[in-house]
Design a protein. Sequence first.
Length: 399
Amino acid sequence: GLDIANLLNTTGAVTYDPGFMNTANTESAITYIDGAEGILRYRGYPIEQLAENSSFQEVTYLLIYGELPTAQQLDDFDSLTRRHTLLNEELKNFFGGFPRDAHPMPVLSSAVSALSTYYPDSLDPFDPDQVERSTYRLLAKLPTIAAYAYKKSVGQPMLYPDNSLDLVGNFLRGCFGVPAEPYEVDPDIVKALDTLLILHADHEQNCSTSTVRMVGSSQANLFASVSAGVNALYGPAHGGANEAVLNMLKEIQAEGTSPEDFMEKVKNKESGVRLMGFGHRVYKNYDPRARIVKGLADDLLHKFGGDDELFDIAQRLEQKALEDDYFVERKLYPNVDFYTGLLYKAMGFPEKMFTVLFALGRLPGWIAQWREMNAQGPTKIGRPRQLYIGESKRDYPGA
Ligand code: ACO
């Protein structure tokens, strides 16, 4: 029912591009992706080299400030974020208000949003000092909030952060430590989680990041903008996919379906079943992050006591996809989420926490993109057009 001639008369020429498949919303100097070649670079550095040689803290600095830090800069940055991990004691009460089995993602976004109420001295998006303060506050406090959300979901007491530990060690202790007992940080788990966080740190204008920019374009502060990004990430077509992948693998295992039969169901569109962790808007070759995650799973899953049977099902699904025209023609390959859930589970995280881990990883990207947008002062507010297809003018009865 679209009357194009009428539309052009009333709105002038507009591009109609649902899902922004072909619309660039911004220039950006942060992340480069070549979807056809399977290339991902942060500030010019290939993701493979960063995953191999860098740390999440260093990558965070790189994304936000544009260059790798010197040893001194990294040390200063690390001390600054370590000093701000505590939450205002009143914010702790917030967690008590949610149901016992609350999903940690909406808890996370609510608490991040609430940071605006505690830090009026870091809300101006155009004051460099305030932007700096909100940056390190958010980097330091989001892992604490995430650990509290986890403790809440398992009914255990929350632990104050231990700032002698680095970000990842502190977060693991916050999740798995118990009061009055020493917590041994497993360096292999710290290293693997650190690498996974690097792989998630930015991905240019994905759904959650463009949400952060859209909200920020109204001059909303960093906490409000990032909280919106957390909500966008919660959806199963975006960050929620890692949780959905594991649920899918477990269902295949529990029902004793063969991976081959499951693939037939996926190919039958009427079933409404998608192969979760497969397909990507931009990568039409292979998601370079998925290759690194699969390598980690190969090396570490066994060591962490992971579920080999689920890994086997996943690999058989991938193999089947490689040989099947449906997937080949549509250029559907594993995305970053396909194997991450298996590793998270092996580290001890329940499915509900997987998307929270994604948020922890994506935080530096959200911050870097929001800062890039505001660096030159207010940007143009994000305001897409539409094609109206509703009723033409009609009169209210009796009018
Ligand atoms: N399983 C089965 N078929 C699929 C899948 C899949 N996972 N993904 C895409 N297709 C099919 C579609 O049915 C469509 O087929 P058609 O052309 O015959 O109609 C074709 O491939 C193109 O798919 P679109 O949905 O148009 O592709 P789009 O770029 O809009 O979607 C998305 C990308 C959302 C990632 C999609 O592939 C998907 O839903 N994947 C599963 C969820 C997932 O893993 N999300 C994580 C994304 S990555 C991230 O957030 C880190």
